[in-house]
Design a protein around this ligand. Structure first.
Ligand SMILES: [Zn+2]
Length: 359
């Protein structure tokens, strides 16, 4: 992600440090809850259906089937679901039996005695909260980083519980959709779906298929997608060469969003970009051209740094950002040889680094 550092730092600083056994049920996901869950839950698959209505005032409803391996625990299992009051009916099917469960402080409490060691299957219907759905008149997009997936569906909303996501979106006729990858394990903060009235382009580069969804209608701007696909392809091949690791995911797609709140976000298979850094004016400045390369390369770098290799907890989120920026600067240096990159580095980072250092 570009430009979310303060947000993450705030999240990291809010961690509760008074661990209790058993883990208390409180709002949010404490590091203690995350650590205790990672020890007993694994191999997660989410089968998710979302029914998305045409009207943004009508609720998004869904069904979740969560399959996981459970190693046993001393207390009821906390499944994260935030929603809003009355958005969950308190019924779950756990291993074939329908039971009533408590929904308390943003967690669905799955009774310990309903679970068994080994494979468990929990399913339920739910109504999504709107806060991370970014709903517009004829489209929506999810943005769950760092732990907002639980506002939309029940899940284990922590970065080290990676899962397979199989997603079915029921959408109004004529709407396009894109979801993050379904064949590789990713954390909940990297899961995403987008649905709405979008134009779609698919292009091939070096044997790989690239997909773009966009709402831009200016033909001259849309024609810039050729360049965007070129930059994405160049970045992928550069990172493959540099790391010696093949592109880790089965697809590369992105959506260009008007008025997007950040520069981009690295959901694998469904990267989100802000439109004004992708579709440039008729006479872009050298800075705009370089910023576009850096944005695409940065989000592509995350496919290795952050998406494939993920921090265990958000106190290490800086590592993926630093690796993404560091390697992106190498690409920019090669593609823009006339720019004084060292001077730019001094201007952009040195002073800030030193003033942080003084603290
Ligand atoms: Zn980033």
């Amino acid at each position: 992600m570009k430009r979310l550092y303060t947000f993450f730092m705030a999240a990291a600083l809010c961690l509760s440090s008074n661990a209790a056994t058993p883990i208390n049920v409180v709002n949010g996901i404490s590091q203690e809850l995350a650590v205790s869950r990672a020890a007993i839950v694994g191999n997660i698959t989410y089968d998710l259906t979302f029914n998305i209505p045409a009207s943004k005032t009508e609720a998004v409803k869904g069904n979740a089937t969560i399959t996981f391996i459970y190693k046993g625990g001393k207390t009821d299992l906390q499944l994260d679901f935030q929603g809003a009051p009355s958005q969950f009916d308190g019924l779950c099917v756990v291993n074939g039996k329908q039971i009533a469960v408590a929904w308390q402080d943003e967690h669905i409490l799955i009774p310990r005695k309903s679970l068994r060691r080994g494979k468990n299957i929990i399913s339920m219907s739910f109504i999504s909260g709107d806060k991370s759905l970014n709903r517009n008149a004829d489209y929506l997009y999810t943005l769950f980083v760092p732990e907002h997936a639980r506002s939309v569906f029940p899940c284990f909303d922590q970065p080290d519980l990676k899962a397979l996501f199989r997603t079915r979106l029921n959408v109004p006729e004529g709407w396009e959709t894109i979801t993050s990858v379904s064949t590789e394990r990713i954390p909940t903060y990297l899961f995403s779906f987008v649905a709405g009235k979008f134009s779609k382009q698919t292009q091939e580069r070096n044997g790989r298929t690239f997909t773009a969804l966009y709402r831009e209608t200016d033909a001259k701007k849309v024609a810039q997608l050729d360049t965007v696909f070129d930059i994405a392809d160049h970045s992928i091949r550069w990172f493959e060469d540099y790391t010696g690791i093949k592109y880790p995911f089965s697809s590369y797609g992105f959506v260009v969003l008007p008025g997007y709140q950040f520069g981009g976000m690295e959901h694998p298979g469904a990267i989100q970009f802000t439109d004004h850094e992708i579709f440039l004016g008729e006479h872009p400045t050298p800075e705009e051209l370089q910023t576009r390369v850096e944005l695409i390369a940065h989000e592509t770098a995350h496919c290795w740094f952050g998406d494939d290799v993920t921090m265990r907890w958000f106190n290490d989120v800086w590592t993926k950002e630093v690796f993404a920026n560091f390697l992106t600067s190498k690409i920019a240096k090669q593609l823009f040889p006339d720019v004084n990159h060292d001077l730019n580095f001094l201007r952009m980072y040195q002073t800030r680094a030193l003033s942080t250092d003084r603290t």
